[in-house]
Design a protein around this ligand. Sequence first.
Ligand SMILES: Nc1ncnc2c1ncn2[C@@H]1O[C@H](COP(=O)(O)OP(=O)(O)OP(=O)(O)O)[C@@H](O)[C@H]1O
Ligand SMILES: O=c1ccn([C@@H]2O[C@H](COP(=O)(O)O)[C@@H](O)[C@H]2O)c(=O)[nH]1
Length: 341
Amino acid sequence: MYAAALRRALQSRIAVAGRSCVVTRPMVVSPRAYSSQGGRRAPIQTRMGQSSKDKSGDSSSGGSKRGNEKVSDFFGFHPIAVIAALTLLGSGIKLIIMPYWDWMEKENQKREAKKKESEKIRYTDEDIASFPFAQKTVVFVLGGPGSGKGTNSEKLVKDFGFVHLSAGDLLRAEQQRSESQYGELIAHYIREGLIVPHEITIGLLRNAMMDHPDCDRFLIDGFPRNIVQAKAFEDMVCKAKQVLFFECPEATMLERLLDRGKTSGRTDDNIESIKKRFRTYVNDSKPVIDEYAREGKVITVSCKGTVDEVYKVAHDNVAALLQKLDQQSKDKAKDNKSKNK
Ligand SMILES: Nc1ncnc2c1ncn2[C@@H]1O[C@H](COP(=O)(O)OP(=O)(O)OP(=O)(O)O)[C@@H](O)[C@H]1O
Ligand SMILES: O=c1ccn([C@@H]2O[C@H](COP(=O)(O)O)[C@@H](O)[C@H]2O)c(=O)[nH]1
């Protein structure tokens, strides 16, 4: 369609140049086409670009005629030709830039989606406020690095229906999440054996608890790592009912961690990181266990012995604890019933 229009327009242009006006052009009033006869200047209608003088054969007015032509013909081109050319040009530019434009748009959409994901609030303030954290049985599993917290937690889950939340595992998962804004920070803290700011860890633990609304028992492994974390968790989530402490000499922990490091792929199962982790444990984490011990909340399990031997002790202690808690809640229910009578 455009090509046909362009061809027609060019024909018109050629015809004008050859003074054989094959195209019917609109009538215009030429400023030079006034009659001065009789003192009365009457406009004389003429074909566009042709003054009355031109018609009478006066060639001296050719320059002026061409000047008029330029103004009214878009520099000598027919308006349709100009429109067609511009449209074609526009289409060409569009064809060239469209793929790039589409790509840009897709990239923008991807960036927006990533931003939304990284800022995603999984639970609103109302969700958090209405979640019954205080009704949950939370048991902290503490001990030095490599003391056997994870090994025993996994077994307790099977026997007592706990949900096992390892703070270290949650942090490692967050570090791996491509949209996480904390990835690099967590990687650095873990490698250096330092304690990640508690807001991050507590946020992850709280979300993970809320992911299991039907579960009443949580084993929180490797948390809290210092007094600040312990207090913040009490304020923001709930109080732990008990602490299971795996007591283990440093030499045993070192041996186990170096052995685990052969296959674990963990960035902190190497001698440099292990030394730093031991330092953090002695300076920051052990004082938390001591504080809970003063409150009478600690069950100590020695890590000496085989996996099964150690677990037997842990199992029996936890069984006794759950029985005690069960009895306590039955007594409470009884009390409430008799009060309501
Ligand atoms: N009683 C045991 N005897 C021998 N090896 C054990 C025993 N308990 C655990 N281990 C081994 O020791 C290593 C460390 O155990 P585990 O991962 O349970 O420790 P952890 O306290 O959870 O460590 P971390 O705090 O670094 O995560 C593991 O390879 C595990 O198989
Ligand atoms: O509450 C926590 C728990 C862990 N970390 C960091 O993670 C590593 C590994 O923890 P594991 O329990 O041994 O899996 C620990 O050394 C800390 O760097 C933390 O910051 N806060």
